[in-house]
Design a protein around this ligand. Sequence first.
Ligand SMILES: NC(=O)C1=CN([C@@H]2O[C@H](COP(=O)(O)OP(=O)(O)OC[C@H]3O[C@@H](n4cnc5c(N)ncnc54)[C@H](O)[C@@H]3O)[C@@H](O)[C@H]2O)C=CC1
Ligand SMILES: O=C1[C@@H](O)[C@H](O)[C@@H](O)[C@H](O)[C@H]1O
Length: 341
Amino acid sequence: MGELLGVAVLGAGHMGADHIRRLDRVVSGARVAAVADPDTARAEAALGGIGGASVHGEAEAALAAPGVDAVLIASPGPAHEEALLAAFARGLPVLCEKPMVPDPAGALRVVEAEARLGRRLAQIGFMRRYDTGYLRLKALLDGGELGRPLMLHCTHRNVSSPPHFTSAMLINSSVSHEIDAARWLLGQELTAVTVLRPASSARSPEGLADPQFVLFETERGALVDVEVFVNCGFGYQVRCEAVGETGSARIGDDHGMLVTARGRAHEEVPQDYLVRFADAYDREVQSWVDATRGGRVTGPGAWDGYAASVVAEAGVRSLESGGRVPVALAPRPGLYGPGGR
Ligand SMILES: NC(=O)C1=CN([C@@H]2O[C@H](COP(=O)(O)OP(=O)(O)OC[C@H]3O[C@@H](n4cnc5c(N)ncnc54)[C@H](O)[C@@H]3O)[C@@H](O)[C@H]2O)C=CC1
Ligand SMILES: O=C1[C@@H](O)[C@H](O)[C@@H](O)[C@H](O)[C@H]1O
């Protein structure tokens, strides 16, 4: 490694471009060494003239480029397994956007490959673990301030969904964040899932089951409900209320600016995740760079990515059947420790 961690960014779309900007201008200790995207013009545009970075049409070529010490995967979910395994084969540390691998069998292959290496290389991009509100909620829960946790009530609304979005992606892309946040906040595995379909919004694309209502059960009897609505049209809203035996706490109402002008006051509502979670992404990537430069892996790992995929897949089956679907995780390899979350 040179003075700075040389990062290969795979995928230069919305998230990839934002991470390239972040690595170049926000985070310290790293530089963009290579970018791969089948759309090389998009990769060039995302780089926007950043010097010293090579552009490639294939991920493998970026991993092999000079000066690459680590990898940030921001390609679409189905491309993640191949990229993760290629990074492992080269011994490169990885920050992989969620979902780690949408298909649980593929996610398990990633866990097994990392376990065979005998050391952790992957951090998964569940950035809510770096959001100030979520961190405060976690501290309250861990400190026993709310008593034994009984319920989490979650809201996840997007202004609109991208054209390729499917009904399953409301769960395995959007709700994957609540799945990870619930496991982390409660320190419990999710054991069953039931998905209900209210009437779809007339504003949502034809055929998309949107909104959905998702109910998770946990291993110690808590319940987690999630309203997910990805074409709500009115704002990006992510809320979470924890209810315990002795108190409750809610996050997600205090984002945006309070504007007072011409005798009226209104609050600005963020329109997307890049605004709402900007600080969390910054902290996530800085923390990954710092840990990687120190030869460590911290934050959510491959086991968390795998667990999220299994729970999400159970959710998709419940969406299709309308019934309650139990969650069955494979045995956890020793590499991930007994807590694993
Ligand atoms: N943490 C978060 O809040 C968010 C995470 N994401 C995740 O980030 C990832 C990317 O999402 P977006 O940027 O929204 O998608 P996007 O569609 O805007 O960009 C994906 C890019 O990857 C490129 N690509 C396709 N196959 C590739 C391959 N094999 N190797 C390298 N590049 C490839 C595409 O040409 C495209 O430029 C997904 O996993 C998504 O779930 C997306 C939005 C927010
Ligand atoms: O990860 C994300 C997107 O992929 C997903 O599609 C959105 O619903 C989430 O709000 C966003 O954080």
